[in-house]
Design a protein around this ligand. Structure first.
Ligand SMILES: [Mn+2]
Length: 257
């Protein structure tokens, strides 16, 4: 199990407790918050691992690396036991639509998929939630199903939940990725040496609530389960690209290149 909010994240502890009902859980997570770090492979500096205790006294491993590094470390041998399933979460904040490309939570699960290991990402659509037990219970439920049913190679499950008590959740929907609407703005300031610097900040993203999408499901009080595949090929465009005549556009290589 890992969590991109860091090894002290309450969502990790809740999910670990829920998944303990499925088998042995080993935690390896980043030492700090890596939210929106995307899919990272640390190549130019060493990675450290440190044994520590979670808040309930459970032994765990923390790393200086990113969430996806944590998964790679575990699957390359830092955790010697065989790993049946990687569960990432519960993240504080939804990972809907295009969020999955930014998400440390989902990309940690993607790393497991690249290794051929089954993976589930679990995220709660709240930035100020203190109770992750309902999301953790649903996450464990999906994890058990994945252990029972298996997953095709190249596919992981992205689970998102509304921040509701168990009895107000409308059920579960199998969904497709929706379209996020980001509302980022560029804020320019000046540092003490007179040079400009920038923040990319704005309001929380919204999204198009098309029925059948992850965005629609969570907005309508459902647990959303989206199967995601790492093959990003736009198959429908391949035939069309054959007609582009790409080898004959009249651009020649410069001398010496
Ligand atoms: Mn996060």
């Amino acid at each position: 199990m890992t969590n991109d909010d860091g090894i002290r994240a309450p969502g990790l502890l809740a999910l670990k407790n829920a998944c303990s009902k499925l088998g042995k859980v080993t935690v390896l997570a980043p030492a700090r918050n890596w939210s929106a770090s995307g899919h990272v492979k640390t190549m130019h500096k060493p990675l450290r691992l440190e044994e520590m205790l979670l808040d309930d006294g459970t032994p765990a491993l923390s790393t200086t690396g990113a969430p996806s590094d944590a998964v790679a470390l575990a699957l390359l041998g830092a955790i010697p036991e065989p790993i049946d399933l990687v569960v990432s979460g519960v993240n504080e904040g939804a990972n809907l639509g295009h969020d999955v490309t930014y998400s440390g939570t989902v990309t940690a699960a993607m790393e497991a998929t690249i290794f051929g290991v089954k993976a589930v990402a679990v995220s709660l659509d709240s930035r100020d939630c203190e109770d992750f037990t309902v999301a953790a219970m649903w996450g464990a439920q999906v994890a058990r199903a994945v252990l029972d049913q298996g997953l095709p190679r190249d596919v992981l499950l992205n689970v998102n939940l509304p921040p509701l008590p168990a009895d107000r959740i409308a059920g579960v929907q199998i969904t497709r990725m929706g379209l996020r609407i980001y509302r980022d703005e560029l804020t320019e300031r000046v540092d003490p040496r007179g040079r400009p610097y920038y923040w990319i900040v704005g309001q929380e993203p919204t999204g198009i609530e098309d029925e059948g999408t992850d965005i629609w499901a969570v907005a309508n009080d459902y647990v959303s389960v989206t199967p995601i595949q790492l093959d990003l090929t736009a198959y429908k465009l391949m035939d069309c690209l054959h007609d582009w005549d790409l080898a004959d556009k009249g651009i020649e290589a410069d001398e010496g290149c």
